[in-house]
Design a protein around this ligand. Structure first.
Ligand code: GLY
Length: 396
């Protein structure tokens, strides 16, 4: 039975094929892709299209955010980055909305000799891993980006690390879901329903019960604390706060920066992401402060101080917004995708710094596992069962 309207607060139980808990970009892309495969899908979220994407910068930084020991995650990140152009075209067609994807590349620069040595090491690692990364002198950096500080000591150009606009991406996913017949229940979830050792749906804040054959927990940093989920299945996801600024490059948008500019300044990742519409995003802090989302004077000060060192001209620009969001951090910085040890319950969470980048591949992998029971090869290393070997054996 197809249920076109999820707005009523009571009524009969609704037998969906899949209930997705969480309507951020990960939950929405899961819903959209699964609906395209003919499944009847509901999403429960008080504000679909909200969540961490409202604060994210939208860098698709598979290569420039490469870290030692994360080569497996790199494979997933690259697979998703590769899908972005086609994914964007399909989503824009399905929603009739522009998502702000911009194939502009990224330059990562060093401000002093220590940073330069560190960047050299990263560059060597990138080349050894077979990635496209080009070393630049300080002069070459400034000829590509004339607004960079004169003291820039060198950098790497990563022509394949692009960007998208997460707010527009989220809005387009909401529309694409609605057009694909996904029912949006604009409510929080009180608890997961479990009957005889199987996830069977969820109870909404107003007491409405939604029944589903399968449930996907895609509630970002909140995924680790949903009532009703057995302790041994709760994902080990924690909130990692990021503060971020939005500045405006006054029209008619003379190229202030032509591509994303990044640096490591005093140990923190700093990035400036110039959008085609004149917005300049400056991010981001990384703070382990639990559920706190306060924008602090210290956070804004540090971002502006470091961004000013990198691109002195930013102090002339209007500061139009400050914000803070919560990344869903996981123990190995990689997402948790697919079935859990509780039959009927899947996870799509823990994307940490890569939620926007991993949106296309997550939708594809989750639609595959929801329809066939199997994760595609590229997503298999990210099964939640990697954190619970004992449970894996029990349910095998
Ligand atoms: N990927 C950028 C961030 O999480 O700040």
């Amino acid at each position: 039975m197809h249920v076109p309207d999820g707005s009523s607060s009571c009524g009969p139980r609704t037998p969906y094929d899949v209930l997705v808990i969480g309507g951020g970009v990960i939950g929405l892309v899961t819903a959209w892709r699964a609906a395209q495969r003919g499944l009847r899908i509901a999403v429960a979220d008080p504000s679909p299209g909200g969540g961490a994407a409202q604060v994210a910068a939208g860098m698709l930084a598979a290569v420039t955010e490469l870290h030692y020991g994360e080569e497996t995650l790199l494979g997933l990140n690259l697979a998703s980055a590769e899908r972005y152009p086609e994914f964007t075209a399909e989503l824009e067609e399905a929603s009739g909305q522009d998502t702000g994807y911009r194939a502009c590349g990224t330059i990562a620069v060093a401000l002093d000799s220590d940073d330069r040595a560190h960047l050299r090491e990263l560059h060597t690692f990138q080349l050894r891993t077979g990635l496209d990364s080009q070393w630049l002198t300080g002069r070459e950096c400034r000829s590509l980006e004339p607004m960079l500080a004169p003291g820039v000591r060198g950098g790497v150009l990563v022509a394949g690390d692009h960007q998208t606009d997460p707010r527009r991406l989220a809005a387009a996913l909401v529309t694409a879901c609605q057009r694909a017949g996904v029912v949006l229940h604009r409510s929080s979830v009180r608890r997961l329903s479990v009957v005889q050792g199987r996830a069977t749906g969820a109870v909404l804040e107003d007491g409405t019960e939604l029944a589903a054959e399968q449930v996907v927990l895609a509630a970002g940093s909140r995924s680790g604390r949903l009532a009703g989920v057995p302790d041994e299945v709760l994902p080990p996801v924690r909130p990692v706060k990021g503060q971020l600024l939005r500045l405006r490059i006054p029209g008619p948008y003379a190229p202030f920066l032509s591509r994303t500019v990044r640096a490591v300044v005093r140990g923190g990742h700093l990035y400036l992401v110039p959008r085609e519409n004149g917005e300049l995003v400056v991010g981001a802090t990384s703070e382990e402060l639990g559920w706190d989302t306060t924008v602090t004077a210290g956070g804004v000060y540090e971002l502006l101080r470091d961004a000013h060192e990198l691109v002195p001209g930013i102090t002339e620009l209007p500061l139009v917004e400050t914000g803070a969001g919560l990344r869903p951090g996981s123990p190995d910085n990689a997402p948790l995708l697919g079935p859990t040890a509780l039959p009927g319950l899947h996870l799509a969470t823990g994307h940490y710094r890569n939620g926007v980048l991993l949106t296309p591949i997550t939708g594809e992998a989750m639609a595959e596992v929801l329809t066939t029971g199997e994760l595609p090869d590229v997503a298999r290393p990210f099964s939640p069962r990697r954190f619970a070997p004992a449970l894996q054996e029990r349910s095998a």
